[in-house]
Design a binder for this molecule. Structure first.
Ligand SMILES: NC(=O)c1ccc[n+]([C@@H]2O[C@H](COP(=O)([O-])OP(=O)(O)OC[C@H]3O[C@@H](n4cnc5c(N)ncnc54)[C@H](OP(=O)(O)O)[C@@H]3O)[C@@H](O)[C@H]2O)c1
Length: 311
């Protein structure tokens, strides 16, 4: 097969995304060829697709079956059901994925469930591990109605943290509650102060949210900053911050996976999901032929949690 269909930036299409023919992938020696069955959307790639040049190919999260195992013998065998992660261009019928970015999924997990795990699940898992054990400690999570947020609340709860979740609107408080948050704050983050000071804060909203978060750390507490969904512009009291002994950690998943390969994080997440301890926060299921309109709805904040598309 010389050509396969893939999601490509097309300024004339709804949501600037369309399915087009692209060259079929040619796997390297340590890459498995995967026939993709489900993909999931993340805010970062939709943001990037909205500004990208025509022809750019988004896509990080996929699940499917191994069409051809890696030539070097690493990774899963042909026919295995897998979840995988690529830094770009993963939304295609066939993709070549390094075997250190793949985990096998059991029969009991659907491709749709597994496809939600790579970016959102790994970001939550790796960010929660940044300041040691959270057992019995207060953890604050902003953007808790989103994809990363719903995984983070569940994983923090599973790890025995006291979880304070922040959502932007009252109708979305239930998502954080169902994930196991001990307290759910709606709107202004400053109301979270009474449950602190915090051992760990996962912050992805930016602006006033980050300003408030930086006043709520205990000495040695860490704010893991991985997003600025509202705005990257922030004013904060620098003296108050350094006097607190808090730590601000800039988190980029693409750098974190160099320290801890996706295969490890994905295997851990798959195990938790297969054991019924981690739920996939899927709100929308559709065909990938609807990629443009679903991306538009996601960008307009009409979807809480994950949108999953099947091929
Ligand atoms: N650094 C990294 O490696 C990395 C990895 C993954 C994600 N991220 C970033 O982390 C953020 C979350 O990603 P995601 O995929 O989970 O996105 P998502 O599913 O769209 O969730 C976004 C969350 O932020 C909230 N939010 C959005 N805009 C807001 C605003 N203007 N004011 C207040 N709250 C707002 C949303 O609340 P509503 O429910 O009210 O819309 C939702 O809870 C994004 O900014 C993404 O780019 C970064």
């Amino acid at each position: 097969m010389d050509q396969v269909r893939a999601v490509v930036v097309d300024p004339a299409a709804a949501g600037r995304l369309a399915l087009k023919q692209v060259p079929a992938p040619a796997p390297g020696r340590s890459e498995a060829l995967i026939r993709v069955r489900a993909i999931s959307l993340n805010l970062g790639e939709i943001r990037r697709a909205r500004a990208a040049d025509p022809g750019w190919r988004p896509g990080w999260d996929i699940a499917g079956t191994v069409e051809a195992a890696a030539a070097d013998g690493s990774g899963p065998k042909q026919g295995a059901r897998v979840v995988g992660f690529l830094p770009v261009a993963a939304w295609a019928e066939l993709v070549a994925v390094p075997t250190n970015s793949i985990a096998v999924i059991p029969e009991k997990l659907s491709f749709e469930q597994a496809a939600t795990l790579p970016v959102a699940g790994m970001t939550a898992l790796y960010a929660l591990g940044k300041n040691g054990s959270v057992l019995g400690r207060p953890v604050l999570i902003t953007g808790a109605s989103g994809g990363v947020g719903q995984f983070a609340v569940q994983l923090a709860h599973l790890s025995g943290a006291r979880v304070i979740a922040v959502v932007s609107r009252a109708e979305r408080a239930k998502y954080a509650g169902e994930c196991g948050a001990d307290e759910v704050i709606v709107g202004d983050l400053s109301a979270a102060g009474r449950f602190g000071p915090y051992h760990l804060i996962l912050e992805s909203v930016g602006g006033k949210s980050l300003t408030s978060a930086l006043t709520m750390l205990r000495s040695g507490g860490m704010c893991v900053l991985f997003g600025t969904s509202e705005t990257p512009e922030v004013t904060f009291d620098a003296r108050q911050f350094y006097s607190s002994g808090g730590i601000l950690y800039g988190f980029i998943l693409f750098d974190e996976v160099k320290l801890q390969p996706p295969a490890q994080g994905l295997a851990r997440l798959v195990d938790l999901m297969a054991a019924g301890r981690l739920r996939s926060p899927i709100e929308v299921r559709a065909s990938w032929t609807e990629i443009g309109s679903i991306a538009e709805r996601y960008w307009n904040r009409e979807i809480a949690g994950k949108a999953v598309l099947t091929l």
